[in-house]
Design a protein around this ligand. Structure first.
Ligand SMILES: Cc1ncc(COP(=O)(O)O)c(C=O)c1O
Length: 378
């Protein structure tokens, strides 16, 4: 049986989500903007999903805006917030953010906005002294800081970052894509003003996500059109995807503790096994991390080569983030944490899910040990 250890890249559709989506695909086909009964049926389904997504993150339903995924949500948060701020107001963002934040920041820089990276330490956690200094150097519109990193699983102290941002009159955007469904996420407790979510990381469909936004935060939309999602994200809603996201969010909330405990137990087994193998570096292991994620390097192995060797054995892992694999550059996350390029080139990420098993961990460790012996022989 092949082994899927790449749940941070994406997750399989939960059969219960599939069932709800299939019912929806063959069911209410009205346009949710229509006032007749067909339209109202679609509208009711969207509002039910909005309430389910809001409940997962302790937000109010009217704070949830559906998008095509977290890439769009991150773009909307960053571009939308800067567009409604004076030209001098800066964007600050963490060095280990997802490319959908980094590349948006680059585009804003190219358009003449002041954007600044905030450094992280070797453990992946924000450099608080650097952050406070940067905040103190003039107006900041928005700070973008992810709750949990997709590669290392390192969990940032977003509430602290938000308090410091607010004290300087800045907003805080949190990419909570990897945290949602794996650890409790509470919009209010995080102190965030904006927050991104994605359905396909929580056993929902691909191509749908949400931006959570406080009412008082003014954003310029990326798209202009028919006024859906209160004009923040116009376009006829993708009903089956939104319904699937809603069900996935409800399941994630109901099953969060069980999923997290299961993954944590397996992750501990895995890390104990990796340490027994020796010559293994586990990245970010001194920081709080997601219960399902381990990023490591095995001495003598280049990450991409190890990934291919594991794939030939039927084991799917990732070398860094899915979006950046194949680029031939080491992970910006590890470089940002100050790891040398050679070690960063060796990175492999294992991300577990509720369907992962002890047998899979044992098999993975056995295969790694074989490959390690091969690597040593080569
Ligand atoms: C932390 C993080 N943010 C944003 C995204 C982008 O999400 P989506 O695939 O919904 O565009 C991902 C997906 O890899 C992610 O891991």
């Amino acid at each position: 049986m092949p082994i899927y250890f790449d749940h941070n890249a994406t997750t399989p559709l939960d059969p219960r989500v599939l069932e709800a989506m299939q019912a929806c695909l063959g069911g209410p086909y009205g346009n949710a903007s229509s006032v007749h009964r067909y339209g109202r049926a679609a509208r009711d389904a969207i509002e039910a999903a909005r309430a389910q997504v809001a409940a997962l993150v302790g937000a109010q339903p009217q704070e949830v805006f559906f998008t095509s995924g977290a890439t769009e949500s991150n773009n909307l948060a960053l571009q939308g917030a800067l567009a409604t701020a004076p030209a001098a107001a800066r964007l600050l963002y963490g060095a280990t953010e997802h490319p959908s934040v980094l590349e948006t920041a680059e585009a804003l820089r190219a358009a003449g906005r002041a954007v600044e990276v905030v450094a992280v330490g070797r453990d992946g956690l924000l450099d608080w002294a650097a952050y406070e200094t940067q905040l103190s150097r003039g107006p900041v519109r928005l700070v973008a800081l992810m709750r949990a990193n997709n590669e290392t699983g390192v969990i940032q102290d977003v509430p602290r970052a938000a308090r410091l941002a607010h004290a300087r009159g800045a907003l805080l955007h949190c990419d909570a894509v990897q945290a949602a469904g794996k650890i409790p996420v509470d919009f209010d407790a995080l102190g965030a003003d904006l927050m991104s979510l994605s359905a396909h990381k929580i056993y929902g469909p691909k191509g749908v996500g949400a931006l959570v936004k406080r009412a008082a935060v003014e954003l310029a939309p990326l798209l202009h059109g028919g006024g859906q999602e209160h004009g923040l994200r116009p376009g006829t809603e993708n009903l089956p995807a939104i319904v699937g996201f809603g069900v996935a969010a409800e399941l994630a909330r109901d099953e969060l503790e069980r999923r997290a405990a299961h993954c944590r137990r397996l992750r501990e087994m895995l890390e104990a096994g990796l340490r027994r193998l020796g010559a293994v570096t586990i990245f970010g292991d001194s920081a709080p991390r997601l219960p399902n994620t381990v990023q490591f390097a095995l001495a003598g192995w280049e990450g991409e080569a190890l990934l291919m060797a594991l794939d030939r054995k039927g084991i799917a892992v990732s070398s860094g983030s899915a979006c950046s694999s194949g680029k031939g550059e080491p992970s910006h996350v590890l470089l940002g944490m100050g790891w040398p390029r050679e070690l960063a080139f060796g990175a492999i990420r294992v991300s577990l899910g509720p369907s992962s098993t002890e047998n899979e961990i044992a098999r993975f460790l056995a295969v790694l040990s074989e490959l390690q012996a091969l690597g040593a022989a080569a």
